[in-house]
Design a protein around this ligand. Sequence first.
Ligand code: ATP
Ligand code: MG
Length: 297
Amino acid sequence: MTVKTDVDALTPSHSAFAVENPMKRDDPASVLEPQAGVPGEAPMVRFVGVTKRYGALTVLDELDLDIGRNEKVAIIGPSGSGKSTLLRVLMTLDPLTGGMIEVDGEPLTHMRKNDELVPASPKHLRRVRSKIGMVFQSFNLFPHMTALANTIEAPMQVLGLSRKEATERARDLLSLVGLEDKCNHYPSQLSGGQQQRVAIARALAMRPKVMLFDEVTSALDPELCGEVLNVIRRLGSEHNLTMLMVTHQMGFAREFADRVCFFSQGKIIEQGPPQQFFSAPQHERTQQFLRAVKEAV
Ligand SMILES: Nc1ncnc2c1ncn2[C@@H]1O[C@H](COP(=O)(O)OP(=O)(O)OP(=O)(O)O)[C@@H](O)[C@H]1O
Ligand SMILES: [Mg+2]
């Protein structure tokens, strides 16, 4: 694996939430696995002719989309246009009807066998999928486990980390999201924003290269929403992570994303850098959508 060059960017002094934490390890760069894009390398995520149907309904329609390494992509569009489905098929929560997905230069939904691509085995799926983390609108924490227990569970069960290693990693990440003092709280003892930040730490504990966020602030009131967006903003600016974010918050998409993709009926009908996308949308459907969003504010 190539090594990220701006390791210094991971020092906690850059962190809005950084506080002295005796549990923190000396090497903050190891909180997240370093990675970097090298010119000419394959995109981090590649959708090739991806189709998803539920019965007669085509939700993703022969979609081609490349996401670069460390690229931050905002996915916007009307309800029912296929945004969550896009993230769900990438997370392998739903099988594809057609096409294929590659992650980090290797097939995700397929594997090579005797020079042929065949549908991926469960083992192959698990291995490649471990490069991806996902955070949902409804935090999906285990209610009977503390923030710390929620965060160590998968690294121990799936990655085989010892309890000590997983706990060190979890404390670092809970600190990264500003919750070093809430490690022993249960979800019911945390605010919505705090629960969502635990969910982010839990996803990061698997050291993904790609993070998917599906309307992660929609269930939160504006103040708590700000806390979560700050964490995402910092993850984006201080760590090498590829991010796909479905959002209805146009302000955040504009400021955070490198590219905005507008979905309509399972297709990307317009995409571009936020500045250009929001100030001069070309497609009539995009203009109509942005007008409606503006009027709703
Ligand atoms: N498991 C399923 N079975 C049948 N239809 C489904 C299933 N999941 C999603 N759909 C349908 O697929 C379409 C796209 O759904 P999706 O959740 O991707 O939309 P979305 O763009 O995320 O919308 P929203 O902005 O409301 O979250 C919808 O018409 C939905 O009803
Ligand atoms: Mg959705």
